[in-house]
Design a protein around this ligand. Structure first.
Ligand code: TC6
Length: 719
């Protein structure tokens, strides 16, 4: 709702009240309509100020209302009524003015912002466009290039940048409402004609066509199939080329297409999923709201290879003091130089001082005696990690949390080797750790809720999308990746090329297909793991039996490439060829194609035509199927956890919502039917065997994704 008061005798003060972000729900819109009318009809009121309660102006339209039948007064006429008012209306912007919130402010005649406020039109990130006049008013106010940038990226600007761009008229460090009231008094009685943005012509722009052409190309490239950024460009083009009323009509048409699109649903699902994963819960019943994190002021990182360096940077940038330990002097010196460089570059980008003094380097593990939390990032070797954990248990003060960054080893086993297993959790970062958004917080049966709460809180502080998951081989992300990669290998055996598989996946929206990704991360990584699992066999055995290992279909293609020294980008050869080792531009490699031909001949395989649909179904449904196993096992608490992991750490296209959301969109019955189809064709591939949870969900009528949690609980209670 909106509250009305009269202040300084002749200023009508309208306060939006809808915690936590004063979203423009039906009640708030009704409140604004009523209070604006009241202020305008009160002869004692000379001017009006609109603000939001609790230090936030407005977080925009109420996203929760989008899925339902929307009631209440619509935004556009409400904003028009404000703009055409005959008394000055001033927006007092504290906290955030986003989306519909900024559109409301653009309908006001003046905007005063607090210096800490953030403004933006982030609708594009929800699969929408600023359709309450924002796409038409902002270009008129700040010009086409700046408006295009803000509207197509959805980025938030600081108050200082907003002032520079001309979005706000004044920035204050003091009480914003007081400043706005004072300002409103000073402009009472002035002509409002020049302040009505919709009446302005769009500022002239030379070479308009060339500009739109260039932006459209850029947007198409980075959107990877997302439709909202393209609609945003089209809407701004309408602002630049059409009179306001026609521009608004175009804005409405474009929004009508976006509003009901699957992409908008997916992106809005992601918005809520990212917030839902913060409300973690463990199978023991421990939860986010009943588990108190321990304060962490001082942390340590053990092992300063690529991961350890990134983790040190991420911690130091959060403002923590960090003890960085590496036992070999030469490696320690190299790491110090690399970490300082990363901190300096990061600080330059963010316009702050580098946190160089926040890191203390040491060769001695004793140096970590008084830290609150340690993250171990030594080589992936269980004996080495166990030794480090035992040393840490002896050295650290009581209660220090011991975290491992392992991606492949058993967190429970490590915990069981320490005297206090309740203090042990996994903190699985992704390389480069100071850049990648994702953090899997891995708990074992003996991890204390407090340890999980502390790791989750630290992840949040570091700006990570932190997801609490149970312990199993590969945790959530890598466990699901395994069948995805294996299917891609099998497709090569059956007649596909790396180019075909990658193209299908990139057209789906992944930034890189599975083979280009494998070249980037290094083929030797998986090779080492498969060797450890006893899957790699030397020799030139041929035929079907050579491709069955440990009772299931196995493709040795990756191993054979590694035996040739083809480790990917770093060696200049992998699934593709590169100009030189370390180069990033992948080119088709005729050698690889004849190698595949010879391999198929050796194994009696006849290449067949494989289309994009088969690539997508086999790779993605195998991955999704593993996701259902993970839900059934209780390793992930809900589909949102899996989806956030995939969108923030594995390049799953956000406008497709994550693998589990995608399965829900495709239809669970369809996913099941295709898995059954492929399983019949490839009975020796266990990961194509549909998960029993998927079967049970389909049998219970394929409930929508937000009801899976309930359905899974019910299904488990029936077992
Ligand atoms: C139709 C015409 C065109 C207009 C379109 C639009 O305006 S589209 C909208 C364009 N606007 C945007 O895209 C802005 C989206 N919002 C944000 O970016 C951030 O919330 C923030 C920067 C406003 C505050 O950050 P912060 O870290 O302080 O807080 P937080 O992020 O943790 O959120 C706290 C709680 O508020 C909830 N909630 C938040 N916003 C909305 C909303 N609009 N609605 C409903 N709910 C919303 C959020 O789910 C969470 O709920 P939970 O989990 O506690 O139950």
């Amino acid at each position: 709702m909106a509250e009305y008061n009269r202040v300084s005798e002749c200023v009508g003060l309208i306060t939006l009240r809808n915690p936590p972000v004063n979203a423009l729900s039906a009640a708030v819109r009704q409140g604004i309509v009523d209070t604006v009318q009241r202020a305008l009809s009160d002869p004692n009121v000379k001017s009006v100020v609109i603000c939001g309660q609790n230090g936030i102006f407005c977080g925009g339209a109420d996203i929760k209302e989008f899925g339902s039948n929307m009631t209440g007064p619509p935004l556009i006429p409400m904003i028009h009524a404000i703009e055409s008012a005959n008394k000055p209306v001033v927006a007092a912007i504290e906290g955030s003015a986003l989306g519909g919130g900024l559109e409301l402010a653009l309908g006001c005649h003046y905007r005063i912002a607090h210096s800490k406020a953030r403004l933006g039109l982030p609708e594009v990130s929800l699969g929408l466009l600023p359709a309450a006049g924002g796409s038409q008013r902002l270009p008129r106010l700040i010009g086409v290039p700046a408006a295009l940038n803000l509207i197509t990226t959805g980025r938030h600007v600081t108050a200082a940048e907003a002032l520079q761009l001309g979005i706000v008229d004044q920035v204050t460090d003091h009480n914003t409402v007081d400043a706005a009231v004072k300002f409103a008094l000073s402009v009472a009685g002035r002509s409002l004609d020049p302040r009505r943005i919709s009446t302005h012509p769009c500022p002239q722009q030379p070479d308009l066509d060339a500009l739109f052409e260039e932006v459209m190309q850029k947007v198409r490239q980075s959107a990877r199939g997302a439709i909202a950024p393209i609609a945003c460009v089209q809407a701004v083009r309408a602002a630049a080329t059409l009179p306001y009323a026609q521009g608004m009509e175009r804005e409405r048409e474009l929004m009508a297409t976006l509003f009901t699109s699957g992409q908008a649903r997916a992106l809005q699902y992601c918005f809520f999923a990212e917030r839902a994963v913060g409300r973690w819960r463990m199978p023991s019943g421990a939860r986010w709201d009943t588990s108190k994190p321990r304060p962490v002021h001082k942390a340590a990182v053990i092992g300063l290879g690529t991961m350890g360096r990134g983790i040190t940077v991420a911690l130091a940038q959060t403002g923590l003091s960090v003890i960085a330990v590496e036992t070999q002097e030469k490696q320690l010196m190299e790491a110090k130089q690399a970490i300082s460089g990363m901190l300096e570059r990061g600080a330059k980008r963010r316009g702050v001082a580098p946190a160089l003094d926040g890191v203390i380097y040491s060769q001695n593990i004793q140096a970590v005696a008084d830290v609150d939390l340690v993250i171990e990032a030594v080589f992936e070797d269980i004996a080495l990690k166990t030794k480090v954990f035992q040393q840490l248990s002896a050295v650290c003060k009581p209660g220090t949390l011991l975290c491992t960054n392992t991606s492949a080893l058993d967190v429970d086993q490590l915990a069981s080797e320490t005297p206090n297993p309740e203090l042990v959790v996994g903190m699985h970062f992704f390389a480069p750790a100071h850049v990648m958004k994702l953090l899997e917080v891995v708990y074992g049966p003996r991890s204390s809720p407090q340890a999980v709460a502390t790791a989750m809180q630290l992840g949040k502080k570091m700006g990570k999308a932190s997801v609490a998951v149970g312990n199993c081989r590969g945790f959530v992300g890598n466990r699901m990746l395994k069948p995805y990669i294996e299917e891609a290998f099998f497709l090569l055996e059956e007649g596909a090329t790396p180019e075909l598989v990658d193209q299908a996946l990139e057209e789906f929206g992944f930034p890189m297909g599975v083979f280009r990704m494998s070249d980037l991360s290094g083929l030797d990584v998986g090779w080492r793991v498969r060797k450890g699992d006893g899957l790699v066999e030397p020799g030139t055995a041929s035929g079907r039996s050579a491709r069955i290992r440990q009772g299931r279909r196995y493709s040795p293609l990756g191993d054979l490439l590694c035996e040739e020294g083809r480790f990917g980008q770093k060696t200049g050869r992998g699934w593709y060829q590169y100009d030189k080792p370390g180069s990033r531009v992948a080119r088709s490699d005729p050698w690889l194609h004849s190698f595949l031909g010879a391999y198929r001949a050796q194994h009696g395989l006849v290449a067949r035509r494989i289309d994009h649909q088969e690539v997508l179904e086999r790779c993605l449904y195998a991955l999704i199927n593993e996701g259902f196993h993970i839900l059934d096992d209780g390793i992930a608490a809900g589909p949102e956890d899996i989806d956030v992991i995939y969108v923030s750490g594995y390049g799953w296209p956000r406008h497709r919502g994550g693998p589990m959301f995608y399965a829900n969109m495709v239809g669970l019955a369809k996913v099941l039917e295709r898995l059954e189809h492929y399983q019949q064709l490839h009975p020796e591939v266990p990961h194509l065997q549909p998960s029993s949870l998927l079967r049970r969900l389909v049998a219970s009528g394929s409930p929508p994704i937000h009801k899976w949690g309930e359905a899974i609980k019910k299904l488990h209670s029936q077992l």
